[in-house]
Design a protein around this ligand. Structure first.
Ligand code: CO
Length: 140
């Protein structure tokens, strides 16, 4: 069903500060940056490695563009840190339907546009042991 760890999402208050931290301490460079107005977020993808399925794994830095966005609310209640785990698969529609049949709370049906032209949905942390899980299919 899943072929790789696509990314780990990390919530931060200041994207530029966070990018500098990862560059200066861990030597990770920004591979891609974008703004998603619908989700109220600015993000940077730091590419770690290529994977067997021809895609890649990333660290995704997320900062809110408004306080009432999902990441804004997360920061207010949890502070900065690990936000979600994204599992990559070839067909997010098929996987989210299969997981939905197991009575999981699939947040976006159908999946929505996400980083770098990918499509993604999320499983609510309530049914996933406290972890927000993203299911993502990378752009061809
Ligand atoms: Co993500």
């Amino acid at each position: 069903m899943f072929t790789r760890l696509d990314h780990v999402g990390i919530a931060c208050a200041d994207l530029e500060q966070s990018i500098l931290f990862y560059r200066n301490t861990l030597g990770l460079e920004v591979f891609h940056q974008e703004r998603n107005e619908e989700q109220g977020v600015v993000e940077a993808m730091l590419r770690l490695n290529g994977t067997d399925d021809g895609q890649s794994s990333y660290i995704q830095l997320l900062a809110p563009t408004r306080l009432d966005s999902p990441v804004g609310k997360f920061l207010r209640s949890h502070g900065p840190g690990l936000h979600h785990l994204a599992l990559g698969c070839p067909d997010v529609d098929a996987v989210s339907a299969a997981v939905g049949d197991k009575r999981m709370n699939v947040l976006f049906r159908p999946p929505r546009p996400a980083s770098m032209g990918s499509r993604a949905t999320f499983l609510h942390p309530h049914e996933c042991g406290g972890v927000l899980i993203e299911i993502v299919t990378a752009a061809g």
